[in-house]
Write a protein that binds this ligand. Structure first.
Ligand code: NAP
Ligand code: F7E
Length: 338
């Protein structure tokens, strides 16, 4: 039985990855940040909260990391833990640099020292591309991060490559484009839209307030992406891979897909700060712009090329953005009714 450690096991990806590894017969340890109340909601929703062992863990605490790695011979370590919300990274830039950046080398160095045979996955991100100069983006595209989050992740990415090249670790970096699900945090734009519009469809006619509707993202389904993470660690040698769908969609269009799945019919009007969408059926404003949600620096357009993952890992995304929006909107509609 293989032994895997997942940091960030309480997060969206951690929950789906834990389910995947358990189904494959792994012994899974979830490294969990101590909270005043254990944050197991996603693992409970997937019905696996009791199937993995859990350990207290914080990426900013080197003693904690060292003891955990030294005391266990994990076959695979998936480093998914991070402060992952780009929007708040401008408010906590030092913390984000420490956890998302330096935290990665804390883990890698413990692995190098105590269990160099352990295979390592680093959760890198399309946010590293930021102000993109090339369309679509692949493993060769230069980085130009636009947020403290993206800057910290660039360090995490490069130190993963560096430990692979310096010490021969089997350390891979997955450069993942946005991936969502009904387990997505409610502050991210997709889930904010699906929760807000589901409530609207249930008769609570409060408009969803959003920032930049023109930003475009390459959105896939988180369940598909964790399969790609696992495949990276099954390769004979470690490498870096982009996972993406190759389709880019604006925030406005995503809201339209979610609305459609909920039986709403949005009519857009205005521009920039005065833009809004009225639901033709109820006559009420369902979406409006609130500049408070604009970011100090924006990533305007992301679209990935996952040809390398397709060719070498046999990885394919299975859920397109319209189906994803519908899946999330319907799950939130059902949840609102309970
Ligand atoms: P998420 O839902 O926000 O989960 C993040 C996890 O990290 C949570 O379990 C959180 O614990 C944990 N965490 C935060 N700070 C920590 C710390 N100091 N020490 C230990 N654990 C800590 O994020 P996600 O969407 O699953 O993303 C997983 C990883 O992939 C992240 O590294 C993210 O940056 C990266 N990524 C995500 C996407 C995407 O579109 N989802 C794309 C590319 C890369 P709590 O539950 O206690 O908060
Ligand atoms: O924003 C725009 C916002 O917060 C997407 C993380 O998982 O994916 C995620 O980062 C876009 C941005 O995700 C609102 O300005 C408009 O352009 O959903 P988001 P993100 O910043 O792309 C990457 C790959 C990661 O690695 C990250 O960990 O939507 N937007 N209005 C808004 N965004 C939010 N959150 N809220 C709004 O009201």
């Amino acid at each position: 039985m293989k032994r895997a450690l997942i940091t960030g096991a309480t997060g969206q990806d951690g929950a789906y990855l834990a389910r995947l590894l358990l189904a494959k017969g792994y012994d899974v340890t979830g490294a969990i940040r101590r909270n005043s109340q254990p944050e197991m909601v996603r693992l409970e929703k997937l019905g696996i909260a009791r199937e993995l062992r859990t350990v207290d863990f914080d990426l900013s605490e080197p003693n904690n990391i060292t003891r955990l790695i030294r005391g266990n011979a994990f076959d695979e370590v998936y480093n998914l833990a991070a402060q992952s919300f780009v929007g708040s990274s401008w408010e906590q830039p030092v913390y984000v640099a420490d956890v998302n950046g330096v935290g990665v080398v804390r883990l890698l160095d413990a692995i190098r020292t105590y269990t160099p045979q352990t295979r390592f996955y680093q959760a890198s991100t399309s946010e590293m591309f930021g102000l993109v100069r090339v369309l679509p983006q692949d493993e060769q595209t230069p980085f130009h991060p636009r947020s403290p989050y993206g800057v910290a992740k660039v360090y995490g990415h490069h130190i993963t490559v560096n430990y692979r090249e310096s010490f021969g670790l089997h350390a891979s970096s997955g450069i993942l484009f946005n991936h969502e699900s009904p387990l997505r945090g409610t502050e991210f734009v997709t889930r904010k839209i699906t929760v807000g519009l589901a409530r609207f469809a249930r008769g609570d006619h409060a408009a969803v307030e959003l920032g930049n509707l023109n930003a475009k993202r390459d959105w896939g389904f988180a369940g598909d992406y964790v399969e790609g993470m696992w495949r990276m660690l099954q390769q004979e040698s470690a490498d870096d891979y982009v996972l993406a769908t190759g389709v880019t969609t604006s925030i406005r269009e995503f809201a339209g897909f979610a609305a459609e799945a909920l039986g709403l019919d949005l009519e857009w009007s205005g521009a920039d700060e005065t833009e809004q969408a009225v639901d033709r059926r109820s006559g009420k404003v369902a979406v409006r712009v609130n500049p408070a949600f604009y970011r100090p620096a924006e990533v305007d357009l992301l679209v990935g090329n996952a040809a390398k993952a397709r060719a070498r890992l046999g990885w394919e995304p299975k859920v397109d953005v319209r189906a994803l929006a519908a899946m999330m909107a319907r799950a939130d509609y059902d949840e609102c009714g309970q």
